[in-house]
Design a protein around this ligand. Structure first.
Ligand SMILES: Cc1cc2nc3c(=O)[nH]c(=O)nc-3n(C[C@H](O)[C@H](O)[C@H](O)COP(=O)(O)OP(=O)(O)OC[C@H]3O[C@@H](n4cnc5c(N)ncnc54)[C@H](O)[C@@H]3O)c2cc1C
Ligand code: FES
Length: 439
């Protein structure tokens, strides 16, 4: 009943409704007592009237107080994913729109093939997709941040950078990203896992948020900026982004549109190599660094970083030097992440131990691993065992497998959550001389 009363938005209406409810309950109760006892005492009737009036007054006051409390709680709604729409494992999605955002980034809008509802997500989370690519001996699984946000989630948007081969290396360009750009058109069907990830912005907080990105690292930042400005518009947000020039700067208009609608969103764009025609699209020249970030936001804040590993590392270190505590800085790197000191020590300790026997139970192979073989995933692949993987950095959870015997040692701190007795083989090595895995 309290919940129903709590849903009445008008404070006066809620106060009257609560008063009437309490008054009726008290009147009914006293009438029943008088009826059962069959009393003729006049004071009993007076007691009934007075207690009903008192109940009405108390109800009216409670209604008012309850109003203000409940509306306070609703002012910054929590983002909850509706469990009923969450699916297990893979679900087919149709590409309903494909939009070029910049020279190298293209967005793909996905809706479920079954036309059912999809759960909303925490701003900053990612989607894991699976692609059947001709010439690949198994499906290619990759992870992409959700780059849009709306209160009613009707589609998922992934914005993917075409990954070229690294300069000076004679290797294939990025498999999945180039396939998406070149071969995935509107109407294509792609299996995806439910949204996941811990690099998320808590929109309910009031502390200013500084969103810092470069290149394609802008994708989770758009989602965070949109969620925050829509769900908690009083929170100050700084959007600091670095791009090479106007051609490589994705989502220019989209970000400016959010800023125009919300005066608490402050945007600063820095180009490293602006062209003459870029005038007006950026605020400063150079690379985004911690000094710029601190000059822009001089208050205590939370910092969210996304971009290349070198970028997140240099800004994290710079912020630390400028006195920002570690627990105020959150980052996600699309490449190999930084190693924490404890992870470095673990790795040194493990690699010093030497050989280990790994039994890959499902594959029926027992092999001898040595430190130069790298992670368990790399070792498995080198021996023609091909477990599924995506990020290879302990973020997405795709490579998780059960340990049947023995222990592992992580080289990085895992970001993805695993069950007791399971391991992310992309960032671990054997921790005992014998290890049996359910692969
Ligand atoms: C949490 C998370 C979120 C992400 N979000 C996004 C996002 O929003 N947008 C986005 O574009 N990306 C995102 N990524 C990155 C994305 O998952 C892929 O890693 C990226 O698209 C590259 O995949 P690919 O298959 O194209 O390249 P891969 O085939 O995996 O290759 C990667 C690079 O390695 C090079 N390479 C290939 N072989 C060799 C070799 N032998 N030696 C050295 N180099 C080699 C390739 O040329 C390429 O440059 C995210 C990653 C994570 C972990
Ligand atoms: S492949 Fe993503 S956690 Fe291992």
């Amino acid at each position: 009943m309290l919940e129903s009363l709590g849903r009445i938005n008008n404070p006066l209406a809620r106060s009257v409704a609560t008063a009437a409810t309490v008054c009726s309950v008290v009147t009914l109760s006293t009438a029943m007592v008088i009826g059962f006892t069959n009393t003729k005492d006049k004071s009993a009737y007076q007691f009934g009237v007075y207690s009903s009036l008192f109940g009405a007054a108390a109800g009216a006051i409670f209604g008012l107080v309850y109003t203000s409390k409940s509306s306070e709680n609703r002012s910054t709604p929590d983002i909850k994913t509706s469990d009923s729409h969450v699916w297990q494992d893979w679900r087919n999605f149709v590409v309903v729109r494909k939009v070029k955002e910049s020279e190298e980034i293209t967005s793909f809008y996905l809706q479920p093939e079954d036309k059912g509802e999809i759960p909303n997500f925490q701003p900053g989370q990612f989607l894991t997709i699976k692609l059947d690519i001709p010439g690949q001996n198994k499906p290619v699984i990759r992870t992409y941040s959700l780059s849009d946000y709306s209160k009613t989630c009707e589609y998922y948007r992934l914005s993917i950078k075409r990954e070229p081969a690294p300069n000076g290396l004679d290797v294939m360009p990025g498999i999945a990203s180039n396939f998406m750009h070149d071969h995935i058109q509107e109407g294509a069907v792609i299996p995806a896992k439910p949204p996941n990830g811990k690099f998320v912005l808590d929109v309910q907080k009031s502390i200013p948020a500084v969103l810092i990105s470069n290149g394609v690292g802008i994708t989770p930042m758009i989602s965070m900026a949109k969620a925050c400005t829509r769900l908690n518009p009083h929170r100050s947000v700084w959007f600091v982004h670095g791009a090479r020039d106007g051609q490589f700067h994705a989502f220019q208009d989209e970000v400016m549109e959010i800023a125009q609608q919300n005066p608490n969103l402050n945007v600063h764009i820095r180009y490293s190599r602006p062209k003459p025609e870029d005038t007006g699209k950026y605020q400063s020249v150079g690379y985004v660094d911690a000094t710029l970030v601190k000059e822009l936001c001089r208050q205590e804040a939370e910092y969210f970083l996304c971009g290349s590993p070198a970028f997140t590392q240099s800004i994290t270190e710079g912020l630390k030097e400028l006195g920002v505590p570690n627990n105020r800085v959150f980052f996600e790197s699309f490449g190999k992440p930084m190693k924490s000191e404890s992870a470095k020590q673990t790795q040194t300790a493990t690699t010093g131990e030497g050989f280990a026997e790994i039994v890959f139970a499902k594959s029926g192979k027992t092999l001898t691993w040595k430190p130069s073989d790298g992670t368990i995933l790399e070792f498995a692949e080198a021996n023609d065992i091909n477990p599924p993987f995506s990020c290879r950095v302990g973020v997405c959870g795709t490579c998780v497998c059960k340990i049947q015997e023995g222990e592992v040692a992580y080289q990085e701190e895992p970001t993805a959550t695993t069950d007791e007795g399971s391991v992310l083989i992309c960032i671990s090595q054997p921790g005992t001389s014998r290890l049996v895995l359910d692969i």
